[in-house]
Design a protein around this ligand. Structure first.
Ligand code: ADP
Ligand code: ZN
Length: 814
C-alpha cells in the first residue's frame, strides 16, 4: 500500500498517515489533498512520502497500517507549497514544539483550505414525527421542515447544546447529517479591460464617430495595454459607448485577472522622495562591496549590519537587492511592521516596480491571496513583508534582508511561536543564500553571534553627510518633582525645547510607551484600585472613550463615579499615558498642531500612514505616541525628540527589560536631526543612572552590550544559555501551580544534567483572560534535549498539554 504523510491545520497534531488509492498518481510533497479526519473532510498538505528513516516526528497516536484511511482526493498535480517551504514549516514545528499543521497553515495563503461543513437535513420519518417531539428536538425539526438544508453551525447559533440533540435525532433516523465541501471557488478577481482592435488602430477619419467615441479611441491609442472599464468611466466614457465601439469592431473588451494592489490608495509618504543617484559614503560603499561579494558566492552566509541610526542602511539594501536580482535570484526583505513604516515598501516599489510583492497582516484576504499567487507564479523578484513573509514561495532565493532585526514583532506570540529572523536564517542556509541582519541596536543574540564569529560583522559608525548624532540630555525627574511638585509631566527643559521648535517651525516627536489617560483609578476612602475582572492588572482610563480598559484582554467598563467597594465618591486617577501627554501639550501650546499615534488612534486600516504622511508634509508640529513612532521613520524636519518616562519598561519582570529600554531610547533619539539641522533629544527619567538609559543617551551600543551580557551571563539568560518558557494555565491558582509542579518534577529526573529547571512560580501576569498562570523556566546548553524532555512529559498528559504554552527562545516571559 502506498502511504503519505499529511499535515492538517489542527493545533497540536503531528503528521497523519493516509493511503493513496489505486488509480491516483502519487501526489508531490507540497500538494493539497482532501482527507477524512473524524467526521470531517479537510484539506491537508502532503509533507512527505514516508521512508524508513523519516525525518518527521511520528505522533504516538499513529494508527496501525491496517487502519490507514485513503485520501479522498488530490487537489494539485504540482506542489501547491514549494517543497523547500514545506521543509521550513517542518523545521518550525519541530524547533518551536507545535503541530506541523499549525506551521504549514502559517505558510499558506488565504483561501487555500477547502473544508467540509456539517449540514443537517430532515428525513420523511422526521417530518412525520415533528408534532410528536418536544423541546430542542422539536425546534430542530421545525427549522428543517420542508427539506431545508442547514449547517450545524447555523443551528448551533440558534440554540445551545445542539450537538447532542443532533446526534440523537440522527440515531433515531429523523435527520441525516452530511458533509459537503465548501470554499473551492477560485478567488482571483477578474476585471474587464478595453483594448483597441487592429481595425480600431487604423485611420478612422472616414467613420462618423461621436465625440465620446472619438475620445475613447484617443484614450485607448495612448494606452496600448488597454484600460480597465473603471478607468474609462473615470474619464466619463460610459460602458454603452464602449459597447457600440465594440460592435463596430474597433474595440475589444477582455477579461483579465485583476491583482488587488496593496499600494493603491495607500496614503504613504511620497512614493520615492529620495534624491536619485546618491553618492554612497565611504562606509556605505565598503559595506556594499563586501555584501555584493558575499552574495556572488551563492553560498549561505550571515552578515550583521550594525549601522547607527541615519547611517543609510536602506540604500545599501536597495543596491544589494538590485545586484542579486540582476544575477537572476529572488530577494526577500523583511521589516517589522509595514503599517508603521510604509516608506520602506514604497522605496522598493519605486525601484523595482511591478516585480515587487508586499505581504503583511494588514492586507485583506483578497490582496494576500493575489500577492501570494503572483510570487508563486514567479512574477515577482522581490518580496517586502513582515514576519510571515519568511514563508513566501520565492523561487531561487539569493538574499534575505531582515531590517531592524532586534524588533520584538518578529516573534509570533501565539502558536507557532516562531521568530521570523531565526526562521529566515534557517531558510537562507537551506537556500544557499546571503542573509543580512540590519539594526542600529542589534539584539544581544545577534551581536553575540557576531562576536563569536558565527556571523560576519559590518559596522557603519557615522551618519550620512557627516550629520552628528542627536545631542541627548537626561532630565532627572526627582529634581523636577522636588521643585514643582509630583504632578509634573513635562519638564521645564522639554517645555522650553518644544517652544523653541514651534517658533522655528521645526518638528518634535514626544514618546511615552504607555497608552491611555491615567493608569490607575484609586479610591481615597478605602484604598481600593480598579482591577480587570479577568487579569491581574489595573484598568487604564481612556478619557475620550470615557471607559476603563484592560490592555491585556480588552475588557472595558464605563468610568465609575463611585468606588465599587465602599461606594465612596473619592476616586482619584493616578499615572498617565499618551492621551494625557497629548492633552498637556495642547494646553501648554494651544497654537501647536498636535496629533497622537498609538493603538487607540490608529485602529483603522491606513490611519497611521495618513497621520505619518501629514507629519511628513509639515501639517503637524508635534507627534505624540508610543513605540510606534520610534520605528525606522525618516522625517528630516524633526529636531527634537522628547521621552516622557524613559523607565516605563524597566519595572517589568523580564530579563529583556533593559535591552528593550536601550533599543527604544536609541531608536527614538535616532529620529532627531536626520535632515540639515542638528537634532536634540530630552530624556526624562527617575533613574538617570540606570545603565540602559546612560548608554542610550550616549548612543554607545558596545558599552551597553558589554554590561548587559555580563548580567545575562551571571543570571544564566540568553544569549548565554538556551531558555524555554513554560506557562501552565488553569482555573485556579493552586491548580496551575500543581500542574506546573508536576511538569517540573518530570523534568528533574536523574540523568538530566546540563539543564536547570526553575519553578514553578506564579507567572508575572498571574491571571490573564480569566485563567491562572504558573511558570517554569528550562535553561541549559542543549535546546533540543530540553525540548524533547519537556514534550515527553507533556505527551503523557494530553489534557495538560492543551493548557500549556511552550515558548522556545521567548522574547517576553510575562
Ligand atoms: P537608517 O536606516 O540607517 O537609519 P536610512 O536608510 O533611513 O538610515 O537613511 C537616512 C537618510 O539618508 C535617508 O533619507 C536616505 O535617503 C539618506 N541617505 C542614504 N544614503 C545617503 C548618502 N550616501 N548620501 C546622502 N543621503 C543618504
Ligand atoms: Zn483583562
Amino acid at each position: 500500500m502506498r502511504t503519505i504523510a499529511v499535515a492538517v491545520p489542527v493545533p497540536g497534531l503531528g503528521p497523519l498517515t493516509y493511503s493513496v488509492p489505486d488509480g491516483i498518481p502519487d501526489p508531490a510533497a507540497g500538494a493539497r489533498v482532501l482527507v477524512p479526519l473524524g467526521k470531517r473532510t479537510m484539506t491537508g498538505i502532503v509533507v512527505q512520502l514516508p521512508t524508513p528513516n523519516s525525518q518527521l516526528p511520528t505522533p504516538n497516536s499513529q494508527p496501525p497500517t491496517s487502519d490507514v484511511k485513503p485520501v479522498v482526493d488530490v487537489l494539485d498535480a504540482e506542489p501547491f507549497l514549494p517543497p523547500d517551504v514545506v521543509d521550513l514549516a517542518a523545521w518550525v514545528a519541530d524547533y518551536y514544539a507545535c503541530g506541523i499543521g499549525e506551521a504549514i497553515a502559517t505558510a499558506m495563503p488565504p483561501r487555500a483550505w477547502i473544508e467540509s461543513e456539517r449540514r443537517a437535513r430532515i428525513t420523511d420519518a422526521g417530518e412525520a414525527r415533528l408534532l410528536a417531539e418536544r423541546g430542542p428536538r422539536r425546534q430542530v425539526l421545525e427549522s428543517l421542515t420542508g427539506g431545508r438544508l442547514m449547517s450545524v453551525a447555523a443551528l448551533a447559533r440558534k440554540s445551545r447544546g445542539i450537538r447532542g440533540v443532533l446526534s440523537g435525532l440522527e440515531a433515531d433516523r429523523l435527520i441525516t447529517l452530511t458533509h459537503p465541501l465548501k470554499g473551492a471557488a477560485d478567488a482571483s478577481r477578474t476585471m474587464r479591460v478595453a483594448v483597441l482592435t487592429a481595425q480600431g488602430g487604423e485611420d478612422l477619419a472616414g467613420m462618423k464617430l461621436g465625440a465620446r467615441q472619438q475620445q475613447a479611441i484617443d484614450l485607448l491609442r495612448a494606452a496600448p495595454e488597454g484600460l480597465p472599464l473603471g478607468a474609462m468611466a473615470d474619464e466619463d466614457i460610459p460602458a454603452g459607448t464602449l459597447d457600440r465601439l465594440s460592435k463596430l469592431g474597433l474595440v475589444a473588451i477582455e477579461r483579465r485577472r485583476a491583482e488587488r494592489d496593496p499600494f493603491e490608495g495607500a496614503a504613504g509618504p511620497d512614493r520615492d522622495a529620495r534624491p536619485k543617484d546618491l553618492t554612497l559614503t565611504a562606509e556605505q560603499q565598503a559595506a556594499l562591496t563586501r555584501l555584493i561579494d558575499r552574495a556572488a558566492r551563492h553560498a549561505y552566509h550571515t552578515t550583521l549590519l550594525h549601522g547607527v541610526t541615519g547611517s543609510g542602511k536602506t540604500e545599501i539594501y536597495l543596491r544589494l537587492a538590485r545586484a542579486v536580482r540582476e544575477s537572476g535570484r529572488g530577494v526577500l526583505l523583511m521589516v517589522p511592521e509595514i503599517a508603521l513604516t510604509p516608506a520602506a515598501a514604497s522605496i522598493f516599489r519605486a525601484a523595482f516596480g511591478e516585480r515587487v510583492a508586499i505581504q503583511h497582516s494588514g492586507l485583506s484576504d483578497g490582496e494576500r491571496y493575489d500577492q501570494w499567487h503572483r510570487i508563486r507564479r514567479g512574477e515577482v523578484d522581490l518580496v517586502v513583508g513582515t514576519r510571515s513573509s519568511v514563508f513566501a514561495p520565492i523561487a531561487n532565493l539569493g538574499l534575505i534582508v531582515v531590517d531592524e532585526e532586534h524588533d520584538g514583532s518578529y516573534k509570533q506570540e501565539e502558536s507557532p511561536r516562531y521568530h521570523g529572523r531565526d526562521v529566515a536564517i534557517v531558510r537562507a542556509r537551506a537556500a544557499g543564500a546571503l542573509i543580512v541582519l540590519g539594526s542600529a541596536t542589534p539584539s544581544l543574540e545577534s551581536y553575540h553571534n557576531a562576536q563569536s564569529g558565527r556571523y560576519e560583522l559590518v559596522t557603519l559608525r557615522r551618519r550620512v553627510r557627516d550629520r552628528p548624532m542627536a545631542d541627548v540630555r537626561i532630565v532627572d525627574m526627582k529634581a523636577e518633582y522636588a521643585a514643582d511638585g509630583p504632578g509634573v509631566i513635562i519638564s521645564g527643559a522639554l517645555r522650553e525645547a518644544m517652544s523653541a521648535r514651534l517658533v522655528r517651525r521645526e518638528q518634535a516627536i514626544v514618546l511615552l510607551n504607555r497608552r491611555g489617560f491615567a493608569t490607575v483609578v484609586f479610591c481615597r476612602q478605602c484604598g481600593d484600585t480598579l482591577e480587570c475582572p479577568n487579569c491581574s492588572v489595573s484598568l487604564t482610563v481612556h478619557r475620550a472613550a470615557a471607559r476603563a480598559r484592560c490592555h491585556y484582554c480588552n475588557h472595558s467598563s464605563p468610568l465609575p463615579k463611585v468606588c465599587g467597594k465602599c461606594a465612596g465618591p473619592y476616586l482619584e486617577q493616578l499615572g498617565f499615558g499618551t492621551e494625557r501627554v497629548e492633552a498637556e501639550i495642547r494646553a501648554m501650546f494651544p497654537q501647536a498642531r498636535v496629533a497622537r499615534v498609538d493603538r487607540d488612534t490608529v485602529r483603522r486600516r491606513g490611519a497611521i500612514a495618513a497621520l505619518l504622511a501629514r507629519f511628513a508634509r509639515g501639517e503637524l508640529d508635534v507627534l505624540v505616541g508610543t513605540q510606534m513612532i520610534a520605528k525606522g521613520h525618516d522625517f528630516p524636519s524633526v529636531t527634537l525628540v522628547g521621552v516622557i518616562s524613559a523607565d516605563v519598561g524597566l519595572g517589568v519582570a523580564d530579563f529583556r527589560a533593559a535591552e528593550r529600554t536601550f533599543q527604544l531610547l536609541t531608536q527614538v533619539a535616532g529620529r532627531s536631526g536626520r535632515g540639515e539641522m542638528a537634532g536634540e533629544a530630552i530624556v526624562q527619567t527617575l533613574y538617570p543612572d540606570h545603565y540602559s538609559i546612560r548608554h542610550a543617551s550616549r548612543q554607545d551600543y558596545e558599552a551597553f552590550y558589554a554590561e548587559e551580557l555580563h548580567f545575562r551571563r551571571a543570571m544564566h539568560y540568553p544569549p548565554c544559555t538556551a531558555l524555554i518558557n513554560v506557562i501552565v494555565k488553569a482555573r485556579t491558582r493552586q491548580g496551575a501551580m500543581e500542574d506546573a509542579g508536576g511538569i517540573a518534577r518530570g523534568l528533574r529526573v536523574p540523568g538530566a544534567a546540563g539543564r536547570k529547571v526553575l519553578g514553578p512560580a506564579p507567572a508575572p501576569l498571574g491571571r490573564l483572560k480569566g485563567e491562572h498562570r504558573a511558570q517554569i523556566f528550562i535553561k541549559g546548553a542543549q535546546r533540543n534535549a530540553m525540548r524533547k524532555a519537556l514534550l515527553e512529559v507533556l505527551e503523557a498528559r494530553p489534557d495538560l498539554k492543551r493548557r500549556t504554552i511552550v515558548d522556545v527562545d521567548p522574547m517576553s516571559v510575562l
